[in-house]
Design a protein around this ligand. Structure first.
Ligand code: FAD
Length: 492
């Protein structure tokens, strides 16, 4: 996030940081009732079960249903959307004037210029994009001092630091094949190095190093020692050519989750509260078992993140590398605490509401700044070590602590009237069992070991999700992966 732009605003910024039947009746099909996946017998090879009603699963389901396949979607949660989750419930306030009802995205939020499949889907679903606002100064708060980001950049010569980083990183990007990262030149060497080690070796000032690190932690949501340099370079190689305007990005008007809600409405069978427990591959069919039922199909799309698959039993074990990925693939830690204020006090002070800080909240920005209403929502982006610390306390304490941090920040910035928040919500994604983290963040050594295995079907099982795509960690990656799996199965 950071700098009120898309999550991935790093290289090229003006300065660094600133810069998932009859055959189902076969014996041993588990705990529940057996169900065919269609009312009338579908053509052989045309039945698909998709596990996971996030963007990847629902896009795959919609494309396959449109292609004449018989599709059933199973979703563990009682809602669709997965890591797109738009909170619209008043933020704990008991009575909210409907005219002042507001929303914030707890997960995927920003749409970048190069997220073309996502943008196309937004149009297809009849939704609109709002540009991310540019209202007032951004702040940097460090060691008890609040500065505008422009002043921080000037005082710490961030342009020189950005040049130094670019000078080191840009030549490395020539080695990188973003579509097949393990094929990159020096892949093994880059993958064996952590971004933390790499940063230590850069000849930049200590404040500049702090800012670069803060920006990268917001971007990848892990402590930088846990992030493969090759993973960082792969992402940088995708988008380093975007100019500053393109980095400003958009949000989906009304919230990102609407895409999944609209996709689900267009499908015949989306079952919520239906968590996959067991996968049985039997001859030329695959059977997906939930607690309640068994679903027999010709193809199974696993469009869940990998951590929830640790509790799924596979009668026929997936390939070794896939098992390793399920057990070990790095995922980000942290999330957002969203505080609603009765009025947008930050605007009175010509502050955008955005800040990069060394406080417990991490970073901060105004959620859906284009939405109407007197009130407004400030959303923290609390990731990496701060994300671990935030998840260790209960949500009520976390929300209170975030409010206190924002009050402190406002006081440091000389903003004398910061009201108490009137409501708050907080989501830390590593504590969400059906997610297991924010999004993929390959650990050192994992790109070369696991990248390709995530892109291969095994038997009748196909993986989909952001973790299987070039646009790792983005909504764009989820959409692309769903489209790709649908195309493969339809073409099969
Ligand atoms: C805090 C945060 C900020 C982000 N910011 C951005 C951003 O600004 N821009 C951007 O492009 N992306 C962003 N992302 C990433 C983006 O949200 C994800 O990449 C994308 O939504 C992932 O979609 P998916 O379909 O791969 O997975 P998911 O959305 O996780 O969908 C998987 C589904 O599978 C379900 N499931 C899990 N286990 C089971 C089971 N056993 N049985 C049945 N169902 C199961 C889950 O409940 C879920 O609904 C952010 C993510 C987070 C967490």
């Amino acid at each position: 996030m950071a700098q009120r732009t898309s999550r991935r605003a790093f290289l090229g910024a003006g300065s660094v940081g600133v810069a998932a039947a009859a055959l189902g009746l076969l014996a041993g099909c588990g705990t529940g009732t057996d169900r065919q996946v269609s009312g009338s017998p579908p053509a052989r090879g045309r039945r698909v079960v998709v596990v996971g009603a996030g963007l990847a699963g629902l896009v795959a389901a919609q494309r396959m249903a449109a292609g004449g396949m018989d599709v059933t979607v199973l979703e563990a949660r009682e809602r669709v959307g997965g890591r797109t989750w738009t909170l619209r419930d008043g933020f704990g306030e008991e009575e909210v004037d409907p005219a002042d009802a507001q929303h914030a995205d707890a997960g995927g939020e920003f749409v970048d210029a190069d997220h073309v499949r996502l943008q196309s889907l937004v149009g297809e679903m009849g939704l609109a994009l709002d540009p991310v606002g540019d209202r007032g100064e951004d702040l940097v708060v460090r060691r008890g001092v609040a500065l505008s980001s422009a002043r921080f950049a000037a005082e710490h010569d961030m342009d020189a630091a950005a040049m130094a980083v670019a000078h080191t990183v840009l030549p490395m990007l020539r080695d990188i094949d973003p579509a097949d990262a393990p094929a990159s030149e020096h892949a093994a060497r880059y993958d064996a190095t952590s971004v933390g080690e790499f940063l230590t070796g850069l000849d930049i000032s200590e404040p500049a190093r702090w800012m670069v690190a803060r920006t990268l932690i917001d971007e990848f949501t892990v402590p930088l020692e846990d992030l493969s340099l090759l993973a960082f370079l792969q992402v940088a190689a995708l988008n380093w050519e975007l100019d500053d305007d393109e980095r400003e990005g958009w949000r989906i008007r009304g919230g990102s989750q609407q895409i999944c809600e609209r996709l689900a409405r267009g499908l015949d069978r989306v079952e919520t509260g239906a968590a996959l427990r067991r996968v049985e591959q039997r001859g030329d069919v695959v059977v997906a078992h939930t607690e309640q039922a068994a679903y027999t199909a010709d193809h199974l799309v696993l469009a869940t993140p990998l951590p929830p698959l640790r509790t799924v039993s596979f009668d026929e074990p997936p390939p070794d590398r896939v098992r390793q990925a399920i057990a070990e693939l790095g995922y980000g830690v942290g999330g957002k605490t969203m505080l609603r204020y009765p009025h947008r006090f930050w605007r009175d002070a010509d502050w955008s509401g955005s800040a990069v800080t060394d406080l417990g909240i991490g970073s901060l920005y105004e959620a859906h700044d284009a939405q109407p209403g007197t009130g407004g929502i400030l959303s923290t982006y609390t990731a990496g070590e701060a994300g671990v610390a935030a998840a260790a306390i209960d949500a009520a304490d976390r929300m209170a602590a975030a409010g206190a941090d924002i009050a402190e920040l406002a006081a440091l910035a000389g903003i004398d009237r910061s009201p108490a928040p009137s409501g708050a919500r907080s989501v830390m994604w590593q504590t969400e069992a059906a997610s297991g983290g924010t999004y993929t963040a390959y650990r050192p050594g994992q790109v070369t070991a696991l990248w390709r295995a995530l892109r291969q079907p095994f038997g009748r099982v196909h993986l989909a999700g952001e973790h299987t795509d070039t646009y790792t960690g983005y909504m764009e990656g989820a959409v692309r992966s769903g489209e790709r799996v649908a195309e493969r199965i339809l073409g099969g």
